[in-house]
Write a new protein. Structure first.
Ligand SMILES: Cc1cc2nc3c(=O)[nH]c(=O)nc-3n(C[C@H](O)[C@H](O)[C@H](O)COP(=O)(O)OP(=O)(O)OC[C@H]3O[C@@H](n4cnc5c(N)ncnc54)[C@H](O)[C@@H]3O)c2cc1C
Length: 788
């Protein structure tokens, strides 16, 4: 019996010490205490006890004395580690080391410090930024019609292009000192979100110059001369930039571009000049066909050693420069933003056209990797959230005003299920968008959070839009000016593909980069293997190795114990809403499990983990869900714990942790009726009050339908009581008014609601040839004019 109690005490002590990540001497003291208990109980002969003591205490003593530990353990492991570590190219190193570790590091730690998340400020707009959203953005949205853009101009109308340039939309990230708007990451995100609630074409056109490209690269790496010349011109749209990286043979594997430049002497403006002779073929380049400045990525070679053999990315070439072939367009599904190929063969440019000048030749890939996170954290997360806002608000309204089987379709359980997914997803998406933009404003380069936001927000936007398409049925399928959804549906694959195609981002990048960057010890271990000074390498590796071992032990014990007690033993932060406390506890447990599973996977598979993409993707999903859930909880706090928004928050967290449909009804109800929650959920959206606008019509129809509900009820009661006969709707309204059941105002309110609902339900139709003869006619006119 005593032995059982002793064994139990040893097991409990083991887990307690591991759970608390106890220091080495505490472990040693615990071993001595266990041996002492054995000694006093006299279970073993003194000799047997002595042997056990030597076996346990000798390693304990060695492990407690760093110099000894290094000699006996760490140095040997370091030698073995150096042999098995797969070689890492500079390109891979740049990709892994790019950016900073932020809240993602806490999520990977196994024990996130929630107080750090909660202490982060709420993102806010300055008065200028708010004014811009309320005026310039509203005006731009009012000027653009997606239908006109896609079907009449096949481009933004000229007046819209001019407005975008004049008002500085293309220079939001350029500081005021260079004539730009100097907006924060959050303001930039709000603008893209708003534009995306109305027109994908205008959103993409504005998004690209403010994302990774010449503007961003010049800001960080340009020479003073380049900044002074280009930034003010980019800010005012005098120059339109594009960034050309993708080659027909190198899409996802962008580092493998075959485009090249040879460092050589050539003639420029009549003088012999040091420069590059470039040959390239690019495709899919957004704004390429109308760009005046081509930001070109290529590999530089220096066979004559004029600079040293270096590779490069990022050269600015005026598109009118001889030899630049530019102007043709691709047709990215239904979106008509400018996008096309460009190429050049043996085009000579002076070396000063390299971003950052001669000094930066060779640093291109690193520059690109370092600058990637800010744009990736803002552009696509914001545009996807914008599209989801449009879908949620308009579909919610539509589901209330469209009736079948004498019931608004939004009240059917089946439709509720889709609406619940839409609302819950949007709440979480917007929360993640805001948290990631905040990271940019806090000066971070959030490499891993931006990859998470890119993948999950575009993926969820697709889910939201697909659900919306199912809810609106044929109304979403028949294209025309009154279809508010079809364009977003067709544009979504663009978001999925660009800035790191989604399958690749999920399978390779999120966990691959997360595990290396966010893990507190792995990168330190790898760095130690590269250290050439023996003593320094030994000390650094020893610290990292033993830190890593206690980290694994601790996370194993914490995962096990928290699993046993249903996370109740995890500490939740004090100052959070009561209804969310359990979520913090659960997330702490999942963080420990993720950290432990990651170490098990890396330890057992080593470099092969890179090829086990399904495993990497699933581990990445856990990291992503932790990030999305923490963003959601943060949002709930900063928005003042709005109790009416709670179903959205609960739905989003439950869906991420343990998918459930319990909350569906409450969430769906929030979407189909006007409320502060619905406004908060779709905040920042462009909502027209014009009934000729497809979303404006739904808003007006929704308000009119709700106002008509009690009047309809009076008529129904009268029919039931036999005071009114069952007739067609129009006749019934007239009869009800003549019978004194409703007043003249009530009658006109009913007719208005009916007219607006009919307008919403209607879809567009066209001549039998869908306008092809008109198009052929105008093409013939153009050809005739050209011939003349
Ligand atoms: C509308 C549009 C606008 C664009 N704008 C620009 C621009 O302005 N500038 C620019 O330089 N480029 C631009 N691009 C290019 C874009 O970045 C690429 O399309 C993207 O990198 C994917 O390359 P790809 O289309 O060749 O697909 P591929 O690389 O052929 O990939 C095909 C599929 O394979 C998957 N895949 C590839 N490798 C892996 C892997 N290791 N593990 C798992 N899955 C993998 C991908 O996820 C994808 O699903 C644009 C593209 C489009 C369509």
């Amino acid at each position: 019996m005593l032995i059982v109690a002793w064994l139990l005490a040893v097991v409990v002590a083991f887990f307690a010490l591991a759970y608390l990540n106890a220091a080495g001497w505490v472990w040693t003291a615990a071993i001595i205490a266990a041996l002492a208990a054995m000694w006093s109980a006299q279970w073993l002969t003194p000799l047997a006890l002595l042997i056990i003591a030597i076996v346990l205490l000798l390693p304990a003593i060695i492990l407690n004395i760093p110099v000894l530990r290094r000699k006996v353990v760490s140095d040997m492991v370091l030698t073995a580690f150096r042999k098995v570590l797969p070689p890492m190219s500079q390109t891979e190193r740049d990709a892994i080391e790019a950016g900073t570790v932020w809240w993602d590091g806490e999520l990977f730690s196994g024990n996130p410090r929630w107080s750090r998340l909660l202490a982060m400020p709420r993102p806010r707009l300055t008065a200028d930024e708010q004014r811009f959203l309320d005026h310039e953005c509203e005006e731009l949205c009012a000027m653009v019609s997606d239908w006109e853009t896609t079907h009449v101009y096949r481009d933004l109308p000229p007046a819209v292009w001019q407005y975008v340039k004049d008002k500085g939309f293309l220079g939001m990230i350029i500081p005021k000192e260079f004539g730009g708007l100097g907006f924060s990451g959050f303001a930039h995100s709000q603008v893209i979100t708003k534009l995306s609630t109305h027109s994908g074409t205008v959103a993409v056109t504005v998004m690209v110059p403010n994302s990774l490209g010449p503007g961003e690269l010049l800001l960080h790496y340009g020479t003073d001369e380049q900044k002074k010349h280009f930034l003010p011109r980019l800010a005012k749209g005098i120059e339109v930039p594009c960034f050309a990286l993708t080659n027909p043979n190198a899409g996802s594997d962008a580092a493998a571009i075959p485009d090249f430049g040879i460092v050589c002497m050539g003639e420029y403006q009549g003088k012999s000049t040091l420069g590059l002779k470039l040959t390239w073929e690019k495709r899919y380049i957004t704004l390429g066909p109308v760009a005046t400045i081509l930001g070109l990525a290529f590999r530089a070679y220096d066979p004559d050693h004029l600079l040293g053999n270096k590779e490069d990315l990022g050269t600015l070439i005026p598109t009118h420069h001889p030899g630049v072939n530019i102007g043709h367009r691709h047709m990215p599904l239904n979106a008509v933003f400018q996008n096309g190929p460009n190429s050049g063969k043996d085009v000579f440019i002076p070396i000063e056209w390299v971003i950052g000048g001669k000094a930066q030749v060779g640093n291109g890939w690193r520059m690109l990797m370092e600058s990637l996170a800010a744009g990736r954290g803002i552009s696509l997360p914001s545009s996807s959230t914008g599209m989801a806002k449009l879908a949620v608000r308009a579909t919610g309204g539509y589901a209330r005003v469209r009736s079948q089987f004498k019931t608004p379709i939004g009240k059917f359980e089946g439709v509720e299920e889709a609406l619940a997914r839409m609302g819950g997803n949007l709440y979480m998406m917007d929360a993640t968008r805001m948290l990631t933009a905040l990271a940019v404003d806090l000066g971070e380069k959030p490499a891993v959070p931006s990859a998470i936001a890119k993948f999950h927000l575009t993926d969820r936007a697709r889910q939201v839009i697909n659900d919306a398409m199912d809810v609106v049925g044929g109304k979403g399928i028949c294209m025309g000016p009154s279809n508010f959804l079809g364009a977003a549906y067709m544009q979504l694959p663009v978001s999925i593909t660009v800035e790191g195609a989604n399958i690749l981002t999920r399978s390779l990048i999120i966990f691959g980069q997360g595990a290396m960057r966010c893990h507190p010890y792995v990168l330190k271990e790898i760095e130690a293997t590269r250290e050439t000074d023996r003593e320094r390498a030994s000390i650094a590796f020893d610290r990292a190795l033993f830190g890593h071992i206690s980290f694994v032990l601790s996370n194993m014990a914490r995962s096990f114990v928290m699993g046993l007690c249903g996370s109740h033993c995890a500490v939740a932060p004090d100052k959070v809403a009561r209804e969310t406390r359990r979520y913090y506890q659960q997330l702490t447990r999942f963080s420990a499990v993720l950290a432990f599973l990651s170490d098990v996977s890396m330890g057992s598979l080593g470099g092969a983990l890179k090829r086990k993409e399904k495993l990497s993707a699933r581990l990445g999903d856990i990291l992503s869900m932790l990030y999305l859930c923490s963003a959601t909880l943060k949002r709930y706090e900063v928005e003042g714990r709005q109790i009416s928004d709670a179903p959205l928050m609960h739905w989003a967290i439950w869906d991420a942790m343990f998918p459930s449909d319990q909350l569906g009804h409450a969430v769906a109800k929030l979407l189909i009726e006007p409320s502060a929650t619905r406004d908060r959920l779709t905040a920042g959206m462009f909502v027209s009050s014009n009934e000729e606008n497809s979303v404006g019509a739904i808003e007006l129809a929704l308000a009119a339908t709700l106002a008509a509900d009690p009047i309809e009820a009076k008529i129904k009661d009268a029919v039931k009581a036999g005071r009114l006969s069952i007739k067609a709707r129009d006749d019934r309204i007239a009869d009800a008014q003549s019978a004194g059941i409703i007043t003249a105002e009530e009658s006109s309110a009913l007719r208005r609601a009916q007219r607006l609902v009919d307008k919403v339900v209607r879809v567009d139709d066209f001549p039998p040839d869908l306008g092809a003869s008109e198009m052929r006619l105008s093409a013939a006119v153009v050809a005739h004019k050209a011939a003349a």
